[in-house]
Each structure stands twice: as structure tokens, then as C-alpha cells.
Design a protein around this ligand. Structure first.
Ligand code: SIN
Length: 280
């Protein structure tokens, strides 16, 4: 089903699933009109992650596209591309010991103002594999029983960047010089500022503890929720091509990058757009 306004402007929005994900066809991200920009914003709010094909755009054009949505963030543990600290290189090859994002997560949720969105432009892909999975945290929240919703609504959780980023640095042999990483307390169930819908906001990469309940209860609840968000009913799966772009809303989705293509090469550039403090 395509949006009539989008269709009138030559843009086609093709949902991947009824729950999450849509392809946006008929735009050039390096040369967007204001009307196209507004439609993209609307499509992101509606579908939580949107995909574009054949966007052979420069690093500067990717940054300019991201900057239309807000301030670009610098990653707390990634040195960034030379001369472009806001651009994170996503790269894996035959020498890689790990890849970015190989577990369910919402980007940098350990920040006090976590990124609203991330935009990844892929310029080299393996012949097969290397897909990214996206899961709707609206669907994950809505699938909970009313009793569980009542229990979780109003709780907060600690998000800590230290354990994950230090583990990454250890695996790749990067000396972090004893630096400290962001921590933040966020609602377990947040309300999306654009859609007004409630969604789950805990993830296995950064959420370490639900506050205000005994540790044993927090551990059990988090184990349940980390498992719950993996339900295929909440997901879509994106097959990358060279020059594909994915733009995901970190506030209401999680993603998982599948590393099933070793020793082949997969490379792209990612920018993240700063968000706001999550509200219950
Ligand atoms: C990430 O940003 O978490 C990595 C996503 C990907 O490589 O598909």
C-alpha cells in the first residue's frame, strides 16, 4: 500500500512487513527537496526503519543528509573516519575479530541523550550474507500481557557503555587508556516523541540493571525482556546491496548485524543523529 502524497511526488514507500521496515523508492538522498525530506521523516516515524537503494553518495552528502534531521553525534568509542569524526566506519574482512552490532541493541543507549537515528550507507557487500535484522520495540511492548505492562511502566534502568566498549577494545587490542564511558538512567518503557506510542527501551548491549527492584528480580526481568525482543514476529531482515542505505530509529527499534560472511568484506559508513532524553 503506498501513501497517496508520496505517490504524487514520485516516491514509492513499500513496507517490508506490516510491523517494521519499508523501502523508499524514487529519491536521491544527495539532492532532496523539502517535500521529499518531509515524506522521509514521516516514513521513518511510521515504519521505524527505512531503506534506500542505489545511493552512491559521498561522505559529505551522507553527513548533509543526516544533519537535516539533527546534530550528528561523535561515537564514544570509535575514532571515526579521518577528517570526519562523526562518521563511523563499519568494516569487516578476513582479519576481523569481531563486527559492530552483532547482538540486539539500540545504538549508544548509554548516552543521556541517545541517538534518535542512525544512517548506514554500504559501499561494499559480500556476495551473500551480511544482512541486518531490525525489531520493533512497539511490537515488543504491545505483545506483553497487561500485567507485565503495568509492572514495567514507570520503572527505570541503568544503561552502561563501559562493559560493552571495554570488551570490544580488548578483542581488537585497542588501548582505551582507562577512559570512562557514558552511563544513563532511562525509562524501561518510553514514549516516542513523534508517534506518541509506547515502546520497550532495554537492550542486551547496554542495559545492566532495572532500578528499584532487587538485583535478582532485575536479572530475571532483563533476561526475559532480552529474549522477548528476539521474536521473529517483531522483525524485518534487510538484504544489503552496494550503495544501499538504511536509516533506523533507535528510539523504537533494535537491530542485529549478522556476521555470517567471514572472511569476505563488508564496508560502509554510519552517521548517528542526536536524540533527546527518553521520557516515560
Ligand atoms: C550497527 O550499526 O550496529 C551495525 C549495523 C550493520 O553493520 O548492519
Amino acid at each position: 500500500m503506498s501513501d497517496p502524497i508520496a505517490a504524487a511526488s514520485g516516491i514509492l514507500i513499500r513496507p517490508l512487513t506490516p510491523t517494521i521496515g519499508a523501502e523508499v523508492l524514487g529519491v536521491d538522498l544527495a539532492d532532496l527537496t523539502d517535500a521529499e525530506f518531509a515524506l522521509i521523516q514521516q516514513a521513518l516515524t511510521e515504519h521505524q526503519v527505512i531503506f534506500f537503494r542505489d545511493q552512491d553518495i559521498s561522505v559529505d552528502a551522507l553527513k548533509a543528509f543526516g544533519a537535516r534531521f539533527g546534530t550528528l553525534d561523535v561515537h564514544p568509542n570509535d575514532p571515526g573516519l579521518e577528517g570526519h569524526p562523526e562518521v563511523m566506519m563499519i568494516h569487516a574482512d578476513e582479519k576481523s575479530k569481531r563486527v559492530a552490532g552483532e547482538m540486539w541493541h539500540s545504538d549508544v543507549s548509554c548516552s543521556n541523550e541517545p541517538p534518535m537515528g542512525s544512517i548506514l550507507r554500504m559501499f561494499q557487500v559480500p556476495e551473500s550474507g551480511g544482512d541486518t535484522l531490525f525489531a520493533s520495540m512497539y511490537a515488543a511492548y504491545e505483545a506483553l500481557s497487561e500485567r507485565m505492562k503495568v509492572m514495567l511502566d514507570g520503572l527505570t534502568a541503568m544503561h552502561d557503555g563501559g562493559p560493552y566498549y571495554r570488551a570490544v577494545n580488548q578483542i581488537i587490542g585497542r588501548d582505551d587508556g582507562g577512559r570512562s564511558y557514558p552511563t544513563a538512567v532511562h525509562p524501561v518503557v518510553r514514549t516516542h516523541p513523534a508517534s506518541g506510542r509506547k515502546c520497550l527501551y532495554v537492550n542486551s548491549m547496554f542495559t545492566t540493571q532495572i532500578l528499584g527492584v532487587p538485583v535478582a528480580e532485575s536479572d530475571a526481568l532483563l533476561a526475559f525482556l532480552f529474549d522477548h525482543v528476539k521474536n521473529p514476529q517483531f522483525q524485518c531482515r534487510f538484504r544489503w546491496e552496494q550503495h544501499s542505505v538504511a536509516f533506523w530509529d533507535n528510539r523504537c527499534s533494535q537491530h542485529y548485524a549478522v556476521w555470517d560472511y567471514f572472511p569476505h568484506v563488508r564496508s560502509g559508513y554510519r552517521v548517528t543523529v542526536r536524540g533527546e532524553q527518553p521520557l516515560a
